[in-house]
Design a protein around this ligand. Structure first.
Ligand code: C5P
Length: 210
């Protein structure tokens, strides 16, 4: 079974995808991490993330980079959103994501285009959203816990800029698949969001079996 979890930054999709993987005992891939690694490698190479040639060259990042804590930073998230605009970068990362999705065991993948491009045949597709305010607040708490100081306004502006770029790019824009279940987590805590996601996946599976 393939489970696709898409949605904007800080919507809770990563937490939900991890919990679904644990619940259904499936391997999980956070595809945002791949784009973050490309953005980070481009920066380390001194390249311009808006230049398709420099961004494509950064796609051959070493696997060890995937464990770099700097990948989780807001700055790297911004770089990821810039390199992910280029079709050649998306193409270069496609096969890695596709083979993860189609492995025998099944898989959970989270990202922006899993249900639309990477695994349109997924048995269950969730599109996780939350208001900008709720997402900015969560990100603020996360950063505070890591000792990073960013104002709520700064974080909200950064999220809005990334949303705008992800939604409006020509190739694989952030959009819910037609058959995705929408899950708004604005008013839900972690456990309630995970319970709603598990129920949605079970409903998709029993619909497919009936
Ligand atoms: O999900 P995360 O915030 O880690 O993703 C970082 C950036 O990578 C996103 O803003 C988006 O531009 C890009 N991305 C993408 N397609 C995916 C996953 C992430 O374009 N499947």
């Amino acid at each position: 079974m393939i489970i696709a979890v898409d949605g904007p930054t800080a919507s809770g999709k990563g937490t939900i995808a991890k919990a679904l993987a644990e619940h259904f005992r499936l391997p999980h891939l956070d595809t945002g991490l791949l784009y973050r690694a490309v953005g980070r490698q481009c920066f380390l190479d001194g390249g311009n993330p808006d230049d398709p040639v420099a961004a494509l060259a950064a796609c051959s990042f070493p696997d060890a980079l995937l464990t770099d804590l700097e990948l989780r930073s807001e700055a790297t998230g911004g770089l990821a959103s810039r390199v992910s605009v280029h079709p050649a970068v998306r193409q270069a990362l496609f096969e890695r994501q596709r083979s993860f999705a189609t492995q025998m065991s099944g898989a959970v993948l989270d990202g922006r285009d899993i249900g639309t491009v990477i695994a349109p045949e997924a048995a269950a597709k969730l599109f996780v959203t939350a208001s900008v305010e709720a997402r900015a607040w969560r990100r603020h708490l996360e950063m505070e816990a890591q000792g990073r100081d960013h104002s709520l306004e700064e974080i909200a502006a950064d999220l809005a800029a990334r949303d705008e770029r992800d939604r409006n790019r020509k190739d694989a824009p952030l959009v819910a698949a037609e058959d995705a279940v929408l899950l708004d987590t604005s008013e839900l805590d972690r456990d309630a969001a995970v319970a709603a996601a598990i129920a949605a996946v079970e409903a998709c599976v029993s619909r497919a079996l009936s």
